[in-house]
Design a protein around this ligand. Structure first.
Ligand code: UD1
Length: 353
């Protein structure tokens, strides 16, 4: 049995890592296709190295572009690979343009399709990720859901029969990594004592494309009552340049995106996370660091319900959101107990072998 994973963007490399190990454990042949959506060293290769992911079997080298061009270029490259290698199952991850390209190519070639991280919904149709995940769920033969709520969302759309609750594979990696790096100081941050800084990331189109919105967020970070370590996604750097927004300020330390173990270690050491990333909100919860999410909604509502995350979409409201955070100790495990990858591999084997 051959399973082909299609990945291309940073969060997908994190999810791929435990799946590689799980397929190996079950003796399932596994190929990796890297679309090349992310290509910078610290957005791609560093994850393969740090998380011990085998080199991709195919690299499409697609790079950046508009949604149509990026997705279309991937489709053009995926078809011949799937025709040649004939996987029993194509495994698509999450909600990026690499996900929808994998899904479209597989279903049109009548190849089995499984969707990992199925059933998440923001109900915000402005987000490219929402189109990608809804369409992929509906195209898939097997929907692998990370949470009970995702299962409910799938049921609501009539997809129950092909859906299964596996837990969240990102939780597997996060917890394993956290155990390895706990108590260390993997990243020396000048003048930022442990527990006394905020870690910030911003990259979503909704926050970066509009000059006023981005300028408001950056100005707030500059004036926040605690210093901010900003790990700058290339999209953020590019948009700040386009909009003429300076990232220089005594309150801001701007660094390149961090390798995964260093990111986990830095979240452990931070007082607070401020982000518009889906994955980082959840990682903050798993590591019990409070989080402010710069969005109008989240797919990971459990983090909000448990008090560890607050949404902040009003201009100028980050400081007041900090005051409204009220996290309470919890032993809840809404994202599973760290064994989702093996459950996912078993479900795939049962369906497609
Ligand atoms: C993509 C995903 C998003 C995910 C994010 C994680 C889609 C629609 N969005 O957004 O869901 O949360 O990845 O990071 O697929 N760039 C570089 N080097 C790189 C990658 C990107 O310079 O290695 C720059 C380019 O200017 C590019 C821009 O970042 O145009 C955006 O990259 P892209 O992959 O299109 O989307 P992300 O914002 O990363």
């Amino acid at each position: 049995m051959l399973v082909t994973s299609v990945v291309g963007a940073r969060p997908q490399f994190v999810k791929l890592a435990p799946m590689c190990r799980a397929f190996k454990e079950l003796g399932i042949e596994h190929h990796i296709v890297h679309t090349g959506q992310h290509y910078d060293l610290n957005m791609s290769d560093s994850f393969f190295e740090e998380l011990n992911i085998p080199a991709p079997d195919h690299h499409l080298g697609v790079g950046s572009g508009s949604h149509g061009i990026q997705t279309g270029s991937m489709l053009q490259e995926l078809d011949p690979i799937f025709l040649d290698t004939k996987p029993d199952c194509v495994l698509a991850y999450g909600d990026t343009n690499s996900t929808i390209a994998a899904a479209l190519s597989a279903v049109k070639l009548h190849i089995g399709l499984a969707h990992l991280e199925a059933g998440l919904r923001s109900f915000n149709r402005r987000m490219p990720e929402e189109h990608n995940r809804v369409l992929t769920d509906h195209a898939a033969d097997l929907c692998l859901a990370p949470t009970e709520l995702a299962i409910k969302n799938l049921a609501h759309e009539g997809l129950s029969e092909k859906s299964i609750l596996t837990g969240d594979v990102m939780t597997d990696v996060c917890l394993q990594t956290a155990r390895k790096v706990e108590g260390q100081q993997l990243f020396a941050i000048e003048d930022l004592p442990d527990g006394k800084f905020a870690l910030a990331t911003i990259h979503r189109a909704d926050n970066t494309d509009d000059a006023e919105q981005l300028s408001d967020i950056i100005n707030q970070l500059k004036q926040l009552s605690i210093p901010v370590l900003l790990t700058a996604h290339p999209r953020l750097v590019a948009k700040c340049k386009d909009h003429g927004i300076s990232l220089s300020s005594p309150n801001l330390r701007v660094v390149d995106p961090l390798p995964y173990p260093i990111l986990v270690n830095t979240v452990q050491r931070a007082e607070l996370v401020i982000t518009d990333s889906g994955g980082l909100q959840k990682e903050a919860f798993l590591l019990r660091t409070p989080c402010i999410t710069l969005r109008t909604e989240t797919e990971w509502v459990e983090t909000i319900n448990l008090g560890w995350n607050v949404l902040c979409s009003q201009r100028g409201a980050i400081e007041s959101s900090m005051a409204s955070l009220a996290p309470a100790d919890t032993s809840a495990t809404p994202y599973g107990d760290g064994a989702a990858a093996i459950a996912t591999a078993h479900a795939i084997k049962k369906k497609f072998a």
